[in-house]
Design a protein around this ligand. Structure first.
Ligand code: NDP
Ligand code: OXD
Length: 310
């Protein structure tokens, strides 16, 4: 019977064990450190610190990341380089992210935080309404998540621009790629959404220069990784009124320290890394599908390119 080893400090091991075993009854799931015979372990499903754990598994065939992002895993020395790393892909995860983005973009576009303040002050004051067609949304990262969000914003009537590493062509999106086209991508956005993987090239990408290239009054939504944002540059742009608002789901240090200025900034809306949570009941299918593929000798789905970093 093939064995999968689970290790995460933040995900519920029993929920995952139940979900995986329900989809593949002949898969044995053990939870680190109670794993017994390490020679039996062929698969590992992990989030966060792995230490030397994977190096003790002589028959390891696939390392699964519990997240779509693999920045938690790739820099770790204990990650075997001769075993494929597979990231999380799940239609429900994609849907959850698009819901989060649509909610926050519509809230900004329809000035809901201003109406909420007015309600608290018992003020009745209709404000001018911008049309969706005049609110261009720019998505940094046109991958699985960014691609879906782009499609959904387009369907809602918003013009959409996208920025990726390599060139893309889509009839519903104005596509830009590479560093050379970054400023052109930014120059007419009302909302900038970050859905990039965190790599050496994208660390600190939402910085003073990027923010200065946005039109005054834009809003930034970061649902990717905290490391994409230079916090002090974002705070400076908000304080100067250059940025109208920021929606932040992810932070350099999580949980966000109680002393961080983001908590109480009047133009910041923050959430505790919940833009889209992986649901074991749906996401287990991706893991089991890949285990079956590996056993049949078929190509895996969601393999990470370590050289690219995502
Ligand atoms: P994908 O790998 O599918 O897409 C990544 C996109 O980013 C691709 O379009 C890629 O370009 C682009 N990209 C990568 N590097 C660069 C670069 N240097 N310059 C320009 N574009 C670049 O990732 P996903 O869409 O699945 O996920 C994105 C991120 O979202 C994850 O890495 C994770 O950090 C975050 N996430 C956050 C969650 C949350 O709850 N907050 C939940 C899930 C994920 P190209 O297409 O040319 O390769
Ligand atoms: C992920 C995340 O990468 O939850 O999936 O952030």
């Amino acid at each position: 019977m093939p064995t999968l080893l689970f290790k995460s400090a933040i995900d519920d091991p029993l929920r995952w064990k139940r979900a995986l075993e329900a989809k593949m009854p002949d898969l044995e799931v053990c939870v680190w450190p109670e794993c017994g015979n390490t020679e039996k372990v062929e698969y590992a499903l992990v989030w966060g610190e792995i230490g030397d754990m994977l190096r003790t598994l002589p028959n390891l065939k696939i390392v699964f990341s519990l997240g779509a992002g693999v920045d938690h895993l790739l820099p770790q020395e204990g990650l075997p380089r001769d075993v494929p790393t597979v990231r999380m892909l799940d239609a429900a995860l994609t849907q959850g992210m698009s819901e989060y983005l649509m909610y926050h973009v519509l809230r900004f576009h329809r000035r809901m935080s201003e109406y909420e303040s007015q309600q608290r002050a018992r003020v009745w004051r209709p404000m001018p309404q911008t049309e969706a067609r005049d609110c261009r949304i720019g998505i940094m990262g046109l991958g699985v998540l960014g691609g879906d969000a782009a499609e959904k914003f387009h369907a809602l009537g918003f013009p959409v621009s996208g920025w990726s590493r390599g060139p893309k062509s889509r009839s519903d999106i104005r596509c830009y790629h590479g560093k050379a086209q970054l400023k052109a991508f930014l120059r007419d956005l009302r909302v900038l959404v970050c859905l990039l993987p965190l790599t050496a090239d994208t660390t600190g990408i939402i910085n003073r220069d990027t923010l200065a290239a946005l039109p005054r009054g834009a809003c930034v939504v970061n649902a990717a990784r905290g490391g994409h944002v230079v916090d002090n540059d974002l705070l400076a742009a908000l304080d100067a009124g250059d940025l109208a608002g920021a929606v932040l789901d992810v932070f350099e240090h999580e949980p966000l320290p109680a002393s961080h200025p983001f908590w109480s900034h009047p133009r910041v809306t923050l959430t505790p890394h919940i833009a889209s949570l992986t649901n074991p009941d749906t996401a287990a299918s991706h893991v089991v599908d890949n285990v079956r593929r590996q056993r049949r000798g078929e190509p895996l789905v969601g393999v990470v390119d370590a050289a690219k970093g995502y």
